[in-house]
Design a protein around this ligand. Structure first.
Ligand code: PMP
Length: 402
């Protein structure tokens, strides 16, 4: 049986139309497939490979750590050098007082931990989510995810969760003294790369503080330099009580984290101790990869690069839209960009044409009219230009259907 046959016969399928590229290797911003083709990657594994695929420093760190030890003990018991060093390095870039890190294996697990932390710190139960949000597919994260179509098959979920409209100032009064936390993506990713109006995130911060609810910022997709700052909340000068990370955190390895203050995190070690533990969270090989990746982001000033290149990409897309029509919006921050077209059909045709021409780009879960662009932050200028040429070609050909 070929790998392709095994994939279709034995790997659980999550849709009836997987991209099914058969990857043989991937380096930097290029993915190579078994049919001898190569693709420029404008999606980076959906915002994971911020330092590119298989960055040599990340690979070396993985090899080095694999030669020392793999899993040694469940989370929180032993001093594992890569884990401790990564927590220290993260605390350098997260805004104070967020300096204590709990490592998980994924984004959804990090959100689960953040929600439990909020309940423990406040002694309250009520949670606030936002419409069209996405926080992951385990039961707790799904409970605060604001899209019925993904929730309905799994009801009942957590009780006492209410959803407010994203970006709506007046609605913030819905957060009250019964709330343990409000959880929000500072820029909604799966909703179609939605940036809130200026002032909204700080108003949300103020409201949470007023009523004593924790503010949890889910930066799984927006963190680690993606939007032109280390964390998207920095665009608005907002510091959450809990910052949630994953995706790019592990440099291509599975790793998530929630980060909070000493005072808040102290509640997780008492009443009872060991009430929030994990076997694999903060795996030493993943942390070694994360530490190497963070080093590259820092040294090569990739958050700043995301800011400047992102602006250039958005300008190029707007100009291409003016030339060929069909583009209704270009939005985002840094190198997390949403290209909104005027119909689901045109969106599909543009994405298919790009793939046929050797450019990978993405969809978003909650919108069929938005193409997501999230290239590696260190993509070369030449690859970026070539990718934009392909996109322009696809917009031109999609302007004349058939
Ligand atoms: N939060 C956000 C904002 C996300 O974009 C995602 C993944 N798309 C998640 C949480 C879930 O992360 P994971 O798939 O690692 O569980």
């Amino acid at each position: 049986m070929t790998s392709r046959d095994a994939f279709f016969q034995h790997v659980c399928q999550t849709s009836d139309s997987p991209l099914a590229l058969e990857v043989t290797s991937a380096r930097g911003a290029t993915v190579y497939t078994s049919d001898g083709r190569s693709y420029i990657d404008f999606l980076a594994g959906i915002g994971v490979n911020n330092v590119g695929h298989a960055h040599p420093e990340v690979v070396a760190a993985i090899q080095d750590q694999a030669g020392r030890y793999l899993h040694a003990m469940v989370y929180g018991e032993y001093v594992l050098e890569p884990q401790a060093r990564l927590a220290e390095a993260l605390a350098r870039v997260t805004p104070p007082p967020l300096s204590r890190v709990y490592f998980t294996n994924s984004g959804t697990e990090a959100n689960e931990g953040a929600l439990k932390l909020a309940k423990k710190v406040t002694g309250r139960r009520r949670l606030i989510g936002f419409r069209n949000s996405y926080h992951g597919d385990t039961h707790g994260s799904l409970s605060v995810t604001g899209r019925d179509v993904y929730r309905d098959p799994f009801l009942p979920l957590l009780p006492e969760v209410d959803f407010l409209p994203f970006g709506d100032l007046a609605a913030l009064t819905g957060i009250d003294e019964r709330c343990a936390a409000a959880i929000v993506e500072p820029i909604q990713g799966e909703a179609g790369v939605r940036v809130p109006p200026d002032g909204w995130l700080s108003a949300l911060r103020r409201r949470c503080s007023e009523v004593g609810a924790l503010l949890i910022l889910d930066e799984v997709q927006t963190g680690m330099g993606r939007t032109g700052r280390w964390f998207a909340c920095m665009h608005w000068g907002v510091t959450p009580d809990v910052l949630v990370l994953a995706k790019a955190l592990g440099g291509g390895m599975p790793l998530g984290a929630f980060v909070a203050s000493d005072a808040h995190m102290a509640s997780l070690s008492v009443d009872p101790p060991l009430a929030h533990v994990t076997t694999f969270g903060g795996h030493p090989v993943c942390c070694a990869a994360g530490l190497a990746s963070l080093g590259v982001l820092e040294r090569e000033r990739l958050p700043e690069r995301a800011e400047s290149l992102g602006g250039r990409i958005r300008d190029a897309l707007r100009e291409a839209g003016e030339r060929h029509g069909g583009v209704t919006d270009v939005r985002g921050r840094g190198m997390l960009i949403g290209l909104e077209l005027d119909s689901g059909d045109r969106t599909r045709r543009v994405a298919e044409r790009c793939l046929a021409e050797g450019l990978i780009l993405g969809w978003t879960l909650h919108s069929d009219r938005v193409i997501r662009l999230a290239p590696p932050l260190n993509i070369s200028e030449a690859e970026l230009d070539r990718g934009l040429e392909i996109l322009e070609l696809a917009l031109r050909t999609a302007a004349s259907p058939g």
